[in-house]
Ligand binder design. Sequence first.
Ligand SMILES: [Zn+2]
Length: 448
Amino acid sequence: MTASSGGGPATLDRTGALSLLARCDELATYSTLPGGLISRVYLTEEHRAVNALAAEWMIEAGMRTWQDAAGNQCGRLEGRTPGLPALLLGSHLDTVPSAGRYDGILGVLIAIAAVDRIHASGIDLPFALEVVAFGDEEGTRFGRALLGSRALAGTSDPAWLDLVDEHGVTLRDAYTAFGLDPSLLGAAARQPRELVGYLEAHIEQGPYLEEAGHALGIVSSIAGARRFAITVNGHAGHSGTPFDRRHDALAGAAEIVMLIERTARDAGLIATVGHLDVFPNAVNVIPGRVELSLDLRAESDADRDRVWQQISTDMTSICESRGLTVETRQTHNAPAVACSPRLRDAIAAGIASTGNIEPMLLLSRAGHDGMAVADVTDIAMLFIRCRGGVSHHPDEHVLAADVAAATDAFEAAVLALVAATPELADGPAAPSAPVAATSAPATPGTEA
Ligand SMILES: [Zn+2]
């Protein structure tokens, strides 16, 4: 597999697919887990280390860098004149426990590679380019996803500062330990007028591209997700207790897990119970309390909310019939987000430049930073085929050829936006880039 084309010989070494994959391998070494397993969460030494590495690569790509007030690593390449609104490019550097090495990471590196090539080509830009490597997308450490991208969007809730990690450290104290001032978190917020849009490349996390034999696809929208913490309360007791005297919280929780699967499946939605804690969790004690998680997602918020109502009602009936009680608490609520037609067209032009003129349109069932960023600017996403659709697992795998195509397409998508921006069309150094059939705004950065 040779390195990708499109950047010219001067940039081939730094932005070729193989060197990009080598960077994924290097980032994978920053982990809190032994034995080659990857786990890297928000506001840790590992986070600090990968930010430093990303900053180094951003500087090599011609960018000025900084870490924002929320610990997101940022880099900026100025446009024709300093201070123009920016097209944001990015993804996240944090991971789930026992993660793969591409989810999020690949998108950050493709963004840096695209900027590197554009910088090296000396193209006159009608807007600035910024790469953002978000510090928290997965929500692994504090149980709340998108902490980095929400801060950028200015939608952080001050109450989140009281969230605690598994060691009892608050988000507030974690910011301080990271060298950030939690009272200044608002400084990470960007304004719509400063932004042209947000583009993200990400592995698909699904099997559809692979099944169709496509390397790349366009995201239509990102499914809305709600998460709940569910507690089933019964009575702990000796395992010699007869059945008719028991209030077994785990038996009730098991019924609830099956109810959730059945209800979501019947409604055509996705629901997952991924976490279960049993108390007291002893071999000869009837479980007195069970805590479980529910992650519910759908293309339509209305469908998702209707299914939650049904699950909630049926869950209460199950518990009543067993002499149990149930409490639920919502821990996450993100509405479905549609990708902007203008930016989708640019992604389509980017993929077309790699030879695929009829790219697949895909719903993202997984959440992404773009869900948060959509509160301040238009978003669109490029999906990259991954082996077996596997993600959030050490088996995550991408082909070097697909990474090469994705980098070419991502760069071409940016250039399509450059070409479609009216000021540049009259400028002295208009690039020969695929022109997207878009309705670009007369002035970049004015769209909300
Ligand atoms: Zn991701």
